[in-house]
Design a protein around this ligand. Structure first.
Ligand code: GAF
Length: 382
């Protein structure tokens, strides 16, 4: 990818670029908890986004996307990030950097990547983090990594309209090869935990669907949590978010929340607890327990938090029923995307065959299988 990107850059802009990389991410467990300042357990993957960049001594930014085979240019004096276009992510990061006082001047950029589209590996966060990393080095801004993460999150809020949490850009920026990050989304700090799955592989199964309500439903779930906090403040004045409640509070919480809000709050509280249990299980190499927690997470996301869909439920439940699978659950925002599975390496072919046949029969589509390895976070490549 690096040599291909450099070649493309040279043919477009007749100079050699500086190249930055930022990876996509998986999430082992801890879903929809980041925006309640809860705990998540993600890891960076080896696939990611590469950005080639060079100054062009003008006030214009000229872009080329290898994936879309499209050019785009914009004037730095007239930034108008529009939802839905890939260049939005470049304009979004540039707009936020300029607002923060960074004097970005004209640049040329080529973007390439190998993150499977629509699988829920967070290509947009990787793109924003790669752009931030590249611009920071090109102009010698020395932007702290954590700020790049916050700009990437804000860009998604403002220009893509999704009120996402910190997990995706944080993992892309701070990922460590072979380690999962036990991330506290309140302090925005993490503990690295060796992700050693022995003779089990991490396999993503892509439903290849994204139901159209995804972004609206995501923001609605976030609002439901905020509404629960407002109500619960009468009984628990010390809480700031649902993360501050524990399993011991569940009964009381049930008594105070309306019927439609309680299951959502329950998911938040139980999922944070599962994250801690899963991190301990992984440290203790208790993979069977780790897998059971993944299954429980799926049940909670599907039944209580209601962010799954028939395709995800089918894949997770079919996988969970197989003796070669320790755990399976939907991963990411939901309503499509993929499941994450812990599958015995020697039985991968049977796993794939069973899921492929069942999914084709039930949904008339062939799922994709993506084996993931845990890689390093964002960096300058050359
Ligand atoms: C998406 C969001 F971007 C994350 O912040 C997180 O909330 C995730 O959905 C669900 O856990 O990836």
């Amino acid at each position: 990818m690096i040599s291909q990107l450099t070649e493309v850059f040279q043919s477009y802009f007749e100079t050699i670029p500086l190249v930055a990389f930022a990876p996509g991410r998986i999430n082992l467990i801890g879903e929809h908890t980041d925006y309640q300042e809860g705990f998540v357990f993600p890891a960076a993957v080896k696939q990611g986004i590469w950005v080639g960049i060079q100054k062009n001594s003008s006030k214009t930014c000229r872009l080329y996307s290898m994936d879309f085979d499209q050019e785009y240019s914009f004037d730095l004096g007239f930034l108008s990030p529009k939802n839905g276009h890939w260049a939005t992510y470049v304009m979004g990061m540039v707009a936020l950097l300029k607002q923060s006082g960074y004097e970005v001047s004209g640049f040329d950029m080529v973007i390439g990547g190998n993150i499977p589209v629509g699988a829920g590996l967070s290509s947009s966060a990787a793109l924003s983090v790669a752009i931030g990393t590249a611009i920071s080095r090109l102009f010698d801004f020395k932007i702290p990594k954590k700020n790049i993460v916050l700009y990437a999150q804000k860009s998604e809020h403002l220009y893509a309209g999704v009120k996402c949490g910190i997990m995706d850009p944080y993992t892309s920026a701070f990922g460590v090869e072979g380690k999962a990050l036990l991330l506290d989304c309140r302090s925005n700090t993490h503990q690295e935990i060796a992700a050693d799955f022995g003779d089990y592989a991490l396999v993503l199964v892509n439903t290849k669907v994204k139901h159209s309500l995804a972004d609206t439903a995501y923001n609605k779930r976030r609002e439901a949590c905020e509404e629960s906090v407002r109500i619960l403040l009468n009984e628990f004045p010390e809480i700031k978010t649902l993360r501050d409640l524990s399993l011991a509070d569940l009964k009381k919480v049930e008594g105070f929340l309306p019927k439609e809000l309680y299951p959502k709050a329950k998911h938040e509280i139980t999922e944070c607890d599962r994250v801690h249990q899963a991190a301990r299980a992984l440290q203790a190499k208790d993979l069977a327990k780790f897998g059971r927690l993944l299954n429980l997470s799926h049940k909670s996301l599907s039944e209580d938090y209601e962010v799954s869909c028939p395709e995800l439920d089918f894949l997770a439940e079919t996988a969970q029923a197989m003796h070669s699978v320790l755990g399976s659950r939907m991963m990411g925002g939901g309503f499509g995307g993929c499941t994450i599975n812990l599958v015995k390496e020697s039985e991968l072919d049977i796993f794939k065959d069973t899921l492929r046949k069942g999914y084709e029969t039930s949904f008339g589509k062939t799922p994709d299988f993506i084996l993931v390895e845990i890689g390093e976070g964002a960096r300058i490549i050359s």
